[in-house]
Design a binder for this molecule. Sequence first.
Ligand code: MN
Length: 312
Amino acid sequence: MTTLDLTQPTPTIAASATEAVRRSRTIEREVRGIATSDGAGVKLTRVLTQNLQRRLDPFLMLDAFGTDSRDDYIGGFPAHPHRGFETITYMLAGRMRHRDSAGNEGLLENGGAQWMVAGSGVIHSEMPEQEDGRMEGFQLWLNLPASDKMAAPWYRDLPAAAIPTVKLESGGTLRVLAGRSHGVDGAVARPVTEPVYLDVALPAGSTFSQALPLGHNAFVYVYRGEVTVGDGEAASVLEPQRMGVLSNDAQADGVIVRANADARFLVIAGKPLNEPIVQYGPFVMNSQQQIFEALNDFRDGRFGGSEGAAAK
Ligand code: MN
């Protein structure tokens, strides 16, 4: 893991390296998210749903939220537990206050992220710290390998300045939350699942390439504008608020995305764990037995240290 000095802003870096992609993966399946609500009535779009967990292993969930209406977010996510995976919250606009049962506290705001490894268990809350205005961002759930599910929890707040930002030759901008792109290491590196998490802004007509290891599951989520994914005859259009699940084509060495209009999109990829996935709400383990243990531990206050449910 890279050691970060969070007091020093990360300068915008001009890309010195390009990503050579000889042949692009294609869109195997286009997914429209499902409008739902979670927490205390927060309206969101669940883009990656439970039925895609096997196909997109090691990713378990992606929620997109974006609204100008306070009623859609003001309830926030009061104290709730997690065990067995990681949550990555990336805020484009708005402010959310995080508190957890270990006594940690942080403020997530404009362009910042929080990377939390729930491991053996945390109880935390994620509450809006604004009365009105826009709230927009994403929460991604990344699975932990069986051997790390009961590891000690940790988290890192990543203010906007801690996320490397790359000025692309095409005129676009790339933010590297995790993984490596255009010669730049992301803010976070994780072993085993080796996640790549990129936020890309591209002007109309320009192209973005990202090399991807063979066998890693990957998807693109467009949240502004429209793009074309792939090259040649196999290219297809991805409209806003759509996720494109990328083919695991053995001949492809990455993905090529072209902006049909000014566009913003996420590119997310990771190495599959190929282990059993058993989810019960905020617990994701490998067996039913482990889910029962999680429920018992939570009820008996053996979650997230002595403060237990005191997170607020
Ligand atoms: Mn949570």
